[in-house]
Design a protein around this ligand. Structure first.
Ligand code: FE2
Length: 410
């Protein structure tokens, strides 16, 4: 593939009437103008065929180091987060540099075929050799042509509960990790969890890094590390650089507590990432009937003006045996679980797998605007409703004016 384009014709844009011609000058968008009359795409033009053209999909939360290891060395029988962490600890002992690179690159290529051009991966740094981190740093460079990869230094076995984890975090940042992670609900005690959050926020500020914490990924209504993360972010005016991932416990909080919590969340301006397929699978495992859905309060967060993105979390790993790289599948599940199939939600839903993820990753130059990098996908459908209803493969993925993926319409 990899052809250089000079224009996208017959393009439908969200929020604009009619069809448009998006001209491309080198690696950047140039003029956007209404399409005049019948036009046939030439050799260096691509015909969007009246379909929507949107910014590339953003995968804001994946674990590339664990991708495609489901069943190795054993299957997660209970389906719980904690057994997943045990299985992963066994698989982690078998990691090699080449093994991580091969699986990570295969996963990124799978993502690319689905129109994803931006990925944030968590990488487990609770490993004295930092094998996965070193491999992913190499993958970040090797994949630049087709994906922007952000790496989170993620202490899977805890910062306070895994000996040496804080030193390994510092080392990971020195080696080049982009984002500081955490997992307070997995720490041995509540105090460890609180202290770990305060420590990681300070660490990120000292190194001028973003933050993305696995926060309250548990059905325990007493798991309240989100308020600690939000308060620390507010105290240092750092909220737009902080992502709270999962926040499943919020689905179990009582409404009176949530009312107080949301006041803080709105002031802090935190970013949120929800992982619908993963948490629907992992949570509710200790419930009889009725079983909780295990998701955070997605519509309420959005209605409060906070940005929520959906991510996949896993591709065939110890926590989740499925996953195919298609974010439209994730969006579909998330909208179902969140009771968000009202037309207003559907019409705005693509933002959950595009611009809200871009906000979490603090991407510059992201939206479809003349002067920005010519990066976009042509999806099948003239409206978000059709795109979601049909869930067909992307027709094209264009990056810096080059066609990375192109298919015939169905
Ligand atoms: Fe995760």
């Amino acid at each position: 593939m990899d052809r250089q384009m000079t224009a996208i014709v017959n393009a439908r844009l969200q929020g604009r009437e009619g069809l448009h011609r998006l001209s491309i000058d080198g690696e950047h968008f140039a003029v956007f103008e209404p399409q005049s009359g019948e036009t046939e795409a030439g050799a260096t033009e691509i015909d969007a065929g009246s379909n929507l053209v949107i910014p590339p999909f953003v995968e804001p939360h994946i674990h590339l180091d664990a991708a495609m290891t489901a069943g190795e060395p054993r299957w997660n029988k209970s389906g719980t987060l904690f057994e997943g962490i045990e299985c992963w600890a066994e698989r982690k002992a078998m990691l090699t540099h080449e093994d991580v690179i091969a699986r990570a690159e295969a996963t990124l290529k799978l993502f690319s075929r689905h129109g994803i051009q931006y990925v944030r991966t968590h990488v487990d740094i609770t490993d004295p050799n930092l094998t996965a981190l070193r491999a992913l740093l190499e993958v970040r460079e090797r994949s630049r042509d087709f994906v922007d990869l952000q790496i989170v230094a993620f202490p899977q076995e805890g910062l306070w509960s895994y000996p040496g984890a804080c030193e390994l975090m510092e080392e990971a940042l020195k080696l080049g990790a982009d984002v500081v992670g955490g997992i307070p609900h997995f720490e041995f005690t509540r105090e460890y969890g609180v202290e770990s959050v305060k420590w990681l926020v300070d660490l990120a500020q000292r190194h001028d890094r973003l933050i993305d914490v696995h926060c309250d990924e548990i059905d325990d209504s007493e798991s309240r590390f989100l308020e600690v993360l939000a308060a620390e972010a507010l105290r240092y005016d750092y909220g737009a650089r902080v992502t709270a991932s999962h926040t499943c416990a919020m689905g179990s909080y009582n409404n009176a507590y949530c009312s107080r919590l949301f006041r803080l969340l709105e002031k802090s301006g935190l970013r949120f990432v929800s992982l619908p397929t993963e948490n629907l699978h992992l949570q509710g495992r200790f419930d009889g009937y009725p079983k909780r859905r295990g998701l955070t309060r997605v519509p309420e967060l959005l209605e409060s003006g906070l940005k929520v993105a959906f991510g996949q979390d896993s591709i065939c790993d110890p926590w989740y045996p499925l996953g195919n790289g298609n974010l439209l599948r994730t969006l579909d599940v998330g909208l179902h679980v969140g009771h968000m199939l009202g037309m207003e939600w559907i019409e705005n839903s693509l933002s959950l797998i595009t611009e809200n993820g871009a906000a979490a990753l603090e991407l510059e130059d992201y939206s479809l605007v003349p002067g920005h990098r010519a990066r976009c996908v042509i999806v099948q459908g003239e409206s978000p409703y059709e795109v979601l209803k049909w869930q067909l493969p992307v027709l094209a993925s264009i990056r810096d004016g080059r066609v990375m993926v192109q298919r015939r319409s169905e």
